[in-house]
Write a protein that binds this ligand. Structure first.
Ligand code: NAD
Length: 377
């Protein structure tokens, strides 16, 4: 198979979807790898590094899309990339379609088959291709929140860990999954007082054991959230309902319960945001203020640390990339049923229920969407 890797074009996105190690694995399996010139630059990988492992370097994204059968990405395709997609392309990247009806429609119209990293499941129903970036984003969330609490940046002017004789800040993490665990771990390391909220009692049990008394776990009812809000300095929103638009865990009217210049970090912004007042921001302009509360809502947080994130991401994606290249989509689906929920769009149809529900598109099961393709080829 010809596997193409264009450079990422989203603002402040420095990751790349394949490393030289991935090029080597693919070429050892008999595939051809087409890299856009400079695609690895942001992650400190040169064209020569890719060429040394067997990649062919193409001048621009147009050339990559024109020649490739499978296109690998990191962030969701931007409009100029969607325009280059065609039937027969297999696109494998983060998509986050549930809160994005326009992109979903455009992908349907492209005729390409679009597999989303974030909805691929492992044998235990976990999200193996979201997890590495959630680990990174969780750690950044606390770092960014601590920074935004500094007075010159518009924060309250409190130090997360306090000092002897002065109390530490209160950090509330809503959603104790992969992001939440990592955000809380860093907050604990910075010696803040940490409270992790979740709606899964089983998950709270796991967290309670993992934190061994260094953080409190709280069942996330509306009342419990409201009781905590007046006490917090930093709130990190990290909830996820697999593939669906994020639920709101803080409404606009609840902002008035918080201390002035407290900070909200909405990591769930890529699924539409879990605070009612959230809207996506960028690393260049990461925050805005509403009702006296600083909002940090960067939708590609791991993009800021590409040398860590590129390797963490591709370690996880490479086995799936190899399976898709070796066996084709249907062969890979037959071997690994966890890949099936990854297929969000096929043959012009939305094939993942939470995306259909989030966008108002009709839902078609993957097998049904792929069937006509089989009979016409
Ligand atoms: N902004 C970024 O750059 C970035 C990067 C990585 C991940 N993310 C996003 O972060 C979010 C969290 O990802 P994750 O990997 O930690 O997911 P996860 O599935 O591991 O964890 C989500 C947790 O939220 C809990 N939850 C669901 N609804 C809840 C509610 N109403 N109240 C409290 N808890 C609730 C779940 O029980 C689960 O424990 C996702 O939207 C993901 O896409 C964003």
């Amino acid at each position: 198979m010809r596997v193409g890797v264009p450079a990422e074009v989203k603002p402040d996105e420095y990751r790349v979807a394949l490393t030289p190690a991935g090029v080597r694995e693919l070429t050892e399996h008999g595939h051809e790898v087409l890299m856009q010139a400079g695609a690895g630059e942001g992650s400190a990988i040169t064209d020569v590094d890719y060429q040394a492992q067997g990649a062919r370097i193409l001048a621009d994204a147009e050339a990559v899309f024109a020649e490739a059968e499978m296109v690998l990405g990191v962030k969701e395709p931007q409009p100029r990339e969607v325009a280059m997609l065609r039937p027969g392309h297999l696109l494998f990247t983060y998509l986050h379609l549930a809160p994005a009806p326009q992109l979903t429609r455009a992908l349907c119209e492209s005729g390409a088959t679009c597999v989303a990293y974030e909805t691929v499941e492992d044998a235990r129903g976990r999200l193996p291709l979201l997890a590495p970036m959630s680990e990174v984003a969780g750690k950044i969330a606390t770092q960014a929140g601590a920074f935004m609490l500094e007075k010159p940046l518009g924060g309250r002017g409190v130090l997360l860990g306090g000092v002897p004789g002065v109390a530490a800040a209160n950090v509330m993490v809503i959603g104790g999954g992969v992001v939440g665990f990592n955000a809380a771990s860093i907050a604990i390391g910075m010696e803040a007082d940490v409270f992790v909220f979740d709606r899964s009692v089983d998950r709270l049990r796991e967290l309670d054991l993992a934190f061994a008394g260094r953080a409190s776990t709280v069942y996330s009812s509306v009342l419990a959230v409201e009781e905590m809000l007046p006490r917090v300095d930093l709130v990190i929103g990290a909830v996820l309902v697999h593939g669906a638009r994020a639920p709101y865990v803080i409404r606009r009217e609840q902002l008035s319960m918080m201390k002035r210049n407290a900070v909200l970090v909405d990591v769930s912004i890529d699924q539409g945001g879990c605070f009612e007042t959230s809207r996506p921001t960028t690393h260049s302009d990461p925050t805005y203020e509403i009702d006296g509360i600083t909002h940090y809502c960067v939708a590609n947080m791991p993009g800021a640390v590409p040398i860590t994130s590129t390797y963490a991401l591709t370690n996880a994606t490479l086995p799936y990339v190899l399976a898709l290249a070796d066996l084709g989509l249907e062969g890979a689906l037959a071997r690994d049923p966890g890949l099936r929920p990854g297929v969000n769009v096929a043959a012009g149809k939305v094939t993942y229920l939470p995306v259909a529900e989030g966008t108002g598109e009709e839902f078609t099961p993957v097998a049904e969407a792929l069937r006509p393709t089989r009979t016409t080829t």
